[in-house]
Structure formats: C-alpha cells, structure tokens
Design a protein around this ligand. Structure first.
Ligand code: CA
Length: 601
C-alpha cells in the first residue's frame, strides 16, 4: 500500500458539485430530482461531466487526489426519512456495484460502465491521470439499501442487488443468504451487534457467504482495472476484522500500490478498537479524533484550545504508521467547520494545521470558497450545499495551494516526526523533521503575542512565511522574536538539496521498539549499501515517534537482486542490541519505490 501523504485529497459529493450534463438530471425516477434545489433530500444534478469540467480547478487548488462519493447504481425509489422521501443522491444506497448510476453518466450507455472503455468514467480518469492526479473510489461493503416507498417510485423491497443488471437477491427474497437478519443495532457497545445488526434499516450483508464476498471483491477489482488509485471504505466498524483483512489482501494483491483508508465513525486515538483496526486491517483510517479536537479548539472555542490538539498528536505512537491517517476538518456526516462556529480566519488556521501535520489532509468540497449552510446547526443534509463559486483567488484557496506545494516537496511534512516547540491554550508551534527537510508551523488563536522559539531545527538563515511572505530569521537555532497576530498561522519550510542519481528507493520502517534516550536504530545487511554487516557502515533510521523509526535509502548495486538485513540498536556507552532473530530476506525490483515494514523482535 502506498499512502497519499505527499498529496492533498479533495472530497466532493458528486451530486452537489457541478452539473455538467443536464440531460441526465431526471434519472429513472423524476420524482427523485429537484430542479429548484430546495429539497435537500433529492438529486440536484451534479455528475461526472461536471467533475471533468472542474478538474483544472481542483488541480490549481493543489489537490492531486479526488475522492468522490460512491458512483455505483443506486436504488431509484425514495426512502422514508421522518415522513419525507429521500433519494440515493449521496451514493450510499447501491443496488448494482457493477454499474454507474444514471444521474452521473455522460450518455445512457455509460451506465454499463464495464461494457466499454469510452465512458464518461474513463474520460474522467484519463483527464486526471494526464494531470498526475489520483482517483479515490468510495465503496460500501457493509450494506446495500433500505426499504423504499412504493408511493414514491420505489420497488416494495429492500436490499435488491444486481450483477450488471441481473437480479441476484433481495432482503425479502434472499435466495442466496447474503443478508443478516438480526434486526437493528440497539447496543452500540456490543461488537457482535454492531457488526451483524442493521444500521438505520440498511440491508446488512452477510460476509460469511463466499458468494457475496466474491461478488463485492470482483466488482471493486473491475473499478481498479479501470484506473482507480485508492479506496475510501465506508462503515468499516460494522464488519469483522477478518473480512477486512481478506478484502485488503485481495485488493493489494490485485493492485499493490493502492491506497486504502476506512471510515470508522468517531475513530482515532481515543477509540481502542479503531486503533486496533488501523494497525491490523492493512488499511489507513480517517482521523476523527483530530477532527474533533480541531473543531473544539478552533470552531467551538473550547477553553483548553491547542492542548486538545496536542493531546491527539501525543498519542500517535498508538499507531504503527500514523502517516496512514487521513486528516480533515469536516465532511458530509457532520456540520461544516464554519457551521460549527469557525470564522474564515479560524477555518484557514485549521487548514494550515492539517496541511502541515502527519497523515494525508482531505479538504471537503467548497471549503476553499467558505461554503456552508447553517440551517439546523449545519448538520446532514445542510452540510451538502451545491457548490456555488469557483473563485481561484480566495485566501483559503491560495493557502491550500501554497501548502499543498510545500507538502509535495517537503519530506518532513509527508513523513516527519512531530516536535512541539510551543504549547499554550492559544498558541501552538511544532517542527516536523525528516531526511534533511524541516517544516515549522505556528498558530495563534488568541490575542497578538510575541514568542521566542528554541531549537527550531532549521539551518540558520532567513526564511519566508509560506502563508504571508514575511521574513523570519533563524539564528543559533532559535527564532528570537516571533510576532503572531490574533488568528494567524505561520509556516516555514526548508528542503535539503536532493541527492543526485537514481535507483531503487527503499523505506525501512520499524515498529515496536520502545526507544530510550541515547538509542539509535540502524539497519545492517549483506549488501554494500548496508555496509556488508560492518556495523560502522550500517544505515541509520530516524526516530519518528516511540513506535516508529523510518529511513529511506536509494540502492544502486543491490537493486534487482536480493538482500539480507536486520535491525540493530546502538546505545550510548552500552554496546549494541541486535534483533533476536535470523536476518530478513527480500528480493528487490530494479527501480521504483518499496517499503519494508517490520516489528522489533
Ligand atoms: Ca446532471
């Protein structure tokens, strides 16, 4: 798996993004479409033609990955939600995982998306890849659809599932046994119930049926073959770990570079089961814990402020690889950051923070235009307004663009350790360091203040704040006087000159070594690049946190061959610790990139 930590993801609800093709607006059930865009539960017209029209806009924003709400064919009828009819405009009520929903299609033939390589989907992926952008497909394996209202164009069944148009099964007539029949979830602390019960009346797949597993995995592989670069996986909390382990293994076997991240609702460092999921499933995870802390500190004005944010980063060692977390300020399941109380300046501060901290930042569509609707507190569905403006000059747009460019080039932003340089309720500053690069970020949500920062881990010199352009001096490793106005952020970036030459880039990653002061992890091995077992020539890794050492090395002589290697720990004045096992062996490709991850033993 290759995470997107050098990228910024843009997340769009397709129906609410851009209508590039009015001919598909009505779909099969015109009752599910509202041309006036006043009924928030209905389709509003956005489609893949609209996405294609806006690819250059997203690219200019600096986002090189695009996550779209699910594209699968949806049920046609409306579902009763508190007495009103809701359509599957959001994409989470699939009936055919091998077809494109007709509201998104460029022509009626496009719905049979795997019958041709010339559909609007192919065109969109082609336009993205030509611009070096990657597509994140949003998938749901847990459930299909809830019951529909027969009086609103729906079939009187729930959970009908098709295979490229051929009916397979339904909840009412489940010949294949593909659905659980355990009723709704009532006890959210009961793992078996959460996994085997129904979520909001959604027909819940029975993953123990090999027929179902084969169907869903085959369907997703078809999308991967069409050029999908990453998967965002819905409701991972509601299926057992073994299912995800099998699923992830099959997907990575099919496409080894695929990035996969899951939505464990409210998951993150404070939810132990979700941390286990992140470490055991093989996929990354959306970081709801950081989202909550940022919302509390910056949007809702919680007194503890940045202490809440720092508490989350302090727990990074719980994760084997915190770079696999996907960070965000808000999404389609919660009020937008501004509906939660953030001013434009606080929204920009939150953006600057997720764009410079560990993980891969994800920007919800319209954030760069300060898009929000505060009806009923701005929760679902009011967090999904139609995109209105495409201004490439707003402060938020320019901030994302500048910091996305820093992330692209600065290895410390992508993979570095997180070292706190200043922390109070109102002011937060950290430096991130990796492979010779550094990035310093500072934030002030309180009154104007002047602070000094020690040991900022930058070479002495004059640096330009990426956001404002003002100049800051580092002398003797410190910034003597840093003036931070109210509600402003500052970002300094330093990139060491890149080493010349090419070869195979290997990242060594070690988990589980509880490091004490004066200890350094290195890799020794049987090739010249690792010193031919001579410890004085072993390759040093960098300390990222108490659960992660990392180092990247370019191999020339050994590329295309095989290596044997093991991890050692040098201890000041106390000799060397060896991994207590024979060496690891690995065959290597001739070029490209690979990651070798191990746990200390
Ligand atoms: Ca349309």
């Amino acid at each position: 798996m290759r995470p997107f930590n050098d990228s910024v993801i843009y997340f769009a609800v397709v129906d609410r993004f851009s209508n590039g093709n009015p001919s598909n607006d009505n779909g099969r059930n015109p009752e599910a479409y509202d041309a006036s865009r006043s009924d928030w539960f209905k389709y509003w017209g956005g489609d893949l033609n609209g996405v294609v029209d806006k690819i250059d806009y997203i690219k200019e924003l600096g986002c090189s990955a695009l996550w779209l709400t699910p594209l699968f064919d949806q049920i046609d009828g409306l579902v009763d939600v508190e007495g009103r009819g809701m359509a599957g405009y959001h994409g989470y009520w699939a009936k055919d995982f091998k077809r494109l929903d007709e509201h998104l299609a460029g022509s009626p033939e496009d719905v049979r998306v795997f019958a041709s390589s010339d559909t609007i989907f192919d065109r969109m992926v082609g336009e993205m890849h030509r611009r070096d952008m990657r597509l994140v497909l949003d998938i749901v394996c847990n459930h299909s659809s809830p019951a529909q209202r027969p009086d609103m164009g729906g079939r009187p069944v729930k959970g009908e599932i098709y295979d490229d148009g051929k009916l397979l099964t339904s909840y009412e007539d489940d010949k294949l046994g593909w659905y659980h029949r355990n009723g709704g979830v009532s006890d959210w602390g009961n793992k078996a119930q959460v996994e085997g019960g129904e979520l909001c009346g959604l027909a819940d797949f029975n993953e123990s049926r090999i027929g179902y597993r084969t169907y869903i995995k085959d369907a997703i592989k078809l999308w991967l073959d069409k050029g999908v670069d990453a998967l965002r996986v819905d409701t991972v909390k509601h299926m057992p770990f073994w299912f995800w382990q099998e699923f992830v293994s099959d997907m990575l076997f099919h496409k080894p570079d695929l990035f996969i991240f899951g939505e464990w609702f409210q998951g993150g460092c404070y939810d132990g089961l979700s941390v286990q999921f992140a470490n055991k499933s093989g996929m990354g995870m959306l970081d709801f814990a950081l989202q909550r802390a940022l919302e509390d500190a910056l949007a809702r004005g919680a007194g503890a402020g940045f202490e809440l944010v720092d508490n989350v980063f302090a727990m990074d060692p719980l994760f084997d690889d915190c770079r696999h977390l996907v960070t965000f300020l808000d999404n389609h399941d919660m009020p937008r950051f501004m509906s939660a109380g953030a001013t434009p300046a606080r929204l920009e501060m939150g953006l600057a923070l997720i764009l410079t901290c560990r993980g891969t930042p994800c920007v919800y569509y319209g954030t760069e235009q300060y898009l929000h609707n505060d009806t009923n507190g701005g929760g679902d569905p009011y967090n999904r307004p139609m995109m209105e403006k495409w201004d490439t000059g707003t402060p938020a747009f320019l901030l994302i663009k500048k910091l996305a460019a820093v992330r692209k080039e600065n290895a410390a932003v992508q993979s570095g350790s997180h070292r706190v340089k200043y922390l109070s309720k109102d002011i937060y500053a950290y430096t991130r360091v990796y492979d010779g690069d550094s990035c310093l970020a500072a934030f002030n949500r309180g009154p104007a203040a002047e602070i000094a920062l020690e040991n900022v881990e930058f070479p002495d010199g004059v640096y330009r704040d990426v956001i404002s352009g003002r100049q800051i001096s580092v002398k003797g490793g410190r910034i003597e006087s840093l003036l931070l106005a109210r509600d402003t952020s500052l970002v300094l970036s330093y990139c060491a000159p890149a080493p010349a030459g090419s070869g195979l880039e290997i990242s060594f990653l070690l988990n589980g070594f509880r490091t004490a002061y004066g200890q350094r992890v290195k890799v020794t091995g049987n090739c010249p690049e690792l010193g031919n077992w001579d410890l004085s020539k072993a390759f040093p890794l960098e300390y990222i946190n108490d659960n992660l050492w990392l180092g990247r090395l370019t191999l020339k002589e050994s590329a295309g061959g095989a290596i044997a290697y093991k991890f050692i720990v040098e201890r000041d004045g106390d000799g060397v610790l060896y991994e207590n096992r024979p060496a690891h062996f690995r065959h290597l490709p001739g070029d490209g990139r690979m990651e070798l991850q191990h746990r200390w033993s």
